[in-house]
Design a protein around this ligand. Structure first.
Ligand SMILES: [Zn+2]
Ligand SMILES: [Zn+2]
Length: 259
């Protein structure tokens, strides 16, 4: 029995042919040319040989991006303000929890942080060692990098995932001081990450020119060309916790720590 040009069988065949021609872009062609939607008018001309230009010309048809940042933010789920902050490395082998709220969150624009992160600044939230818990059976590996913030030559100790296909840095200790954990904010879980904002911008003398801190100043965030005096900036509660932390370290626990 003869079939019309737009019969279901013919449309299936045409879809299959196009998928084969596009090779690695088979997904794209299947999106545009499913048997249900394909007909003569909707068929798009796909190149038989993919060049960089032809790939780029296809890209807008493959992906749909949310239009604005506010649309993205609406989709994000923020965890309860009182829930513990949690996080993980990229492969999720290494997971952790902050059992109380951070002491303070630094956005550091120093050249060392730029080098170490490969970015414009580092975002670290600080917590006492005893309020930070690794929740995975896997423990981190520690890299000892030269630290410009420790003139005595002690290293910046960075904890990273032991999975060599991940290796993401998750937290660190500055100057060998194991009392205070500097948690890398980008490794927090999505619901937690949204809750942590910089309390202070430091070492802005080396800030990249295109980072504009005007909005931060408007919301009352302090900006320092170098470092700052804790007594002037930290909340009363955080200063009280700092006293407790000093006592803990003087008790001989700051050098090793639990993490
Ligand atoms: Zn990992
Ligand atoms: Zn820094």
């Amino acid at each position: 029995m003869r079939q019309s040009p737009n019969s279901k069988r013919n449309r299936m065949i045409r879809t299959k042919q196009v998928s084969t021609e596009t090779g690695s872009l088979g997904d794209a062609s299947s999106i545009k040319l499913t048997p249900r939607t394909a007909n003569k008018r909707e068929t798009i001309a796909l190149p038989t040989t993919l060049t960089a230009d032809s790939f780029l010309s296809l890209t807008p048809q493959i992906h749909t991006f949310p239009k604005t940042l506010s649309q993205i933010n609406k989709k994000r789920k923020m965890s309860s303000p009182t829930a513990p902050l949690t996080g993980h490395c990229a492969c999720k082998t290494l997971t952790y929890t902050l059992t109380t709220q951070p002491l303070i969150t630094h956005c550091c624009h120093c050249q060392y942080c730029q080098l170490e992160t490969g970015s414009a600044f580092a975002l670290n939230t600080l917590i006492e060692n005893y309020n930070f818990t690794i929740t995975s059976p896997t423990r981190p590996l520690y890299a000892h990098r030269p630290s410009p913030s420790a003139p005595d030559g002690s290293a910046h100790v960075i904890a990273h995932c032991p999975n060599r296909d991940c290796n993401v840095d998750v937290f660190s200790f500055y100057g060998g001081n194991r009392g205070t954990v500097f948690v890398k904010v980008g490794t927090l879980d999505e619901g937690s990450r949204e809750r942590v904002r910089p309390d202070v911008h430091i070492f802005t003398r080396s800030k990249v020119e295109w980072v504009d801190l005007g909005r931060e100043v408007e919301r009352g965030v302090k900006v320092f060309e170098g470092f700052y005096d804790r007594e002037d900036l930290w909340s009363r509660e955080s200063l009280e916790r700092l006293e407790k932390l000093r006592a803990w370290k003087e008790g001989g626990k700051g050098e090793g720590g639990d993490v």
